[in-house]
Design a protein around this ligand. Sequence first.
Ligand SMILES: Cc1cc2nc3c(=O)[nH]c(=O)nc-3n(C[C@H](O)[C@H](O)[C@H](O)COP(=O)(O)OP(=O)(O)OC[C@H]3O[C@@H](n4cnc5c(N)ncnc54)[C@H](O)[C@@H]3O)c2cc1C
Length: 622
Amino acid sequence: MGTKTSKIYDVAVIGAGHAGIEAGLAAARLGAKTAVFTINMDAVGNCPCNPSIGGTAKGHLVREIDALGGEMGKTTDQCFIQSRMLNRGKGPAVHSLRAQIDRREYADIMKRKLEKQENLELRQAEITDIEQKDGVWLLQTRNGMIYESKTVVIATGTFLGGRIFIGEVSYESGPDGIFPARFLGVALKKLGLPLRRFKTGTPARVLRRSINLDVLEPQPGDTPPEPFSYETEDLGDNKADCYISYTNDITKEIILKNIHRSAMYSGKIEGVGPRYCPSIEDKIVRFADKPRHQLFIEPCGMNTEEMYLQGMSSSLPEEVQIEFYRSIKGLENAHITRPAYAIEYDCVDPTAMFATLEFKTLQGLYGAGQFNGSSGYEEAAAQGLVAGINAARQAQGKEQIVFERANSYIGTLIDDLVTKGCSDPYRMMTSRSEYRLILRQDNADERLTPLGFELGLITPERYEKFKKSAEQKANEIKRAEKTVLQPTEELNKIIVSRETSPVEQPVRLADLLRRPQLSYDDLTAVDITRPSLPKRIFEQAEIEIKYEGYIKKQQEAVARAKKLEQKQLPQTTDYSQIKGLRLEAQEKLNKIKPQNIGQASRVSGVTPADVSVLLIWLSSRK
Ligand SMILES: Cc1cc2nc3c(=O)[nH]c(=O)nc-3n(C[C@H](O)[C@H](O)[C@H](O)COP(=O)(O)OP(=O)(O)OC[C@H]3O[C@@H](n4cnc5c(N)ncnc54)[C@H](O)[C@@H]3O)c2cc1C
């Protein structure tokens, strides 16, 4: 091996993408001597796909990252172009914030935060080899340098063994023309990591002035726009619109005529693609009865003319792309600045990790982000934060943190990955949580900020601010329960206008709020003792009053599940020796080695009957 540097780091992070950034910042902020490596300094925090942060369930992750003291939410607020709360027409469990961002500015802000961070050294260097000697990890760079570290976080994204596909053409590359990581995969296989090939795809970028926006439906942001971060005081106004268009029969015809030339359909790509982010080819083939497919035309930034075609990723040849994009209303004269492409890359089977994101067989080695089999900036950042926290605590000899699925989407994401694994890139969705009514995006701070403070990632000032708003909400709920409104004409006029039955007796404010048709906004005129509080406090109070019964039920389910999570299972258990366990359960449990009965019950192929056998076996052992 090459030239050793004199320093031993506590944490070395391979990757400065969405996972690597959160991992590096968290580790350094917890006092760990941290090194962050990236192939290209000018691509730190790059968004190689959609120029937006958040969306259904992804918005929940961003709020949780912020509540813990992570960076993604704050940076998004600093460079947002437009923000919308999705699913407002549905229940609060699926309300999700989504912000269009200036992707160039996002990357610059994140790079600057890494550069300014105490205890953190950011370096452009490709890690080509890695091994552990005497409990210390040795990382070799392409230039022959050796860096030593107590722990390592692998967050290589879509670069590891990266290969691009555009129709019949394919070549080794990372996203956005950056060269791939060609060597590290070999070293990771030598360490015994179970690598496999996944793929994802992105649409073309088109020059704004070549699009006829006048014929398209604009999609403005919410007024006022809502911030992601609890630290953001004033977000300012939306800066630009998105636009909506649709494919048509001609688009369909062109794509079907050339489907054999799509890398996906010609069998050129072996990697498995994301089920929930299908390419336009996939949509047209899988949903053949659908006459048209919607696309969103989104600005990539305020200092660029590039527009992103959301929902139109493809791996058809470039000339076919030009033809089918130009068949779409508004894009008749589209000038493509970057063609759509698919990328295949190496990632690991996440069941090889504990819920701390440390590899079961390699102490001090962690995985995060796309490398773990997930897809998305938000999923990556959430895992990076957890891996960074645990790598730092490992290096400092402290207990590692496991995030529970009953307390966060971060916990749900990681538990799903390490317990169930994933056969295609894992995208977070609210339906993945059995507790989504209590894991809302509006109460992320209540669920996670105390832990963030305990860990040392949330400042005392921020913690005081959090406690104050929690107290305000609790007091507001008490006030609503105590406040009695008289059955005045004015009150009943409001009630009837919201199509619910008038009242004849004095009524408690909370009882009115329990009616689905009535909200704080409706009752402003008659709620005269209402204190002046941030809008967010009333929104939260209203949700907790309205959904009190459901929330209580979910909390009882959490309490029941917690009992099973507390029944620890020894890692040395040989499940083939447990009488009464079905063969499939024995095999799956021996592969996953669950930490407790709760996790065992979620291993795919383990039935409730198997769980009963395990419970009896466990109590007999005692
Ligand atoms: C073409 C494409 C399409 C996508 N489509 C979607 C989509 O539709 N939906 C969605 O949710 N997400 C999509 N994504 C995924 C999204 O970009 C990623 O999920 C996200 O960027 C992952 O973040 P990450 O931190 O894991 O990795 P990345 O952001 O890829 O960052 C990886 C980092 O690792 C560094 N690195 C890699 N190997 C080495 C090495 N050996 N030495 C040093 N540094 C190294 C790189 O320089 C980079 O800094 C797409 C990505 C691409 C490229």
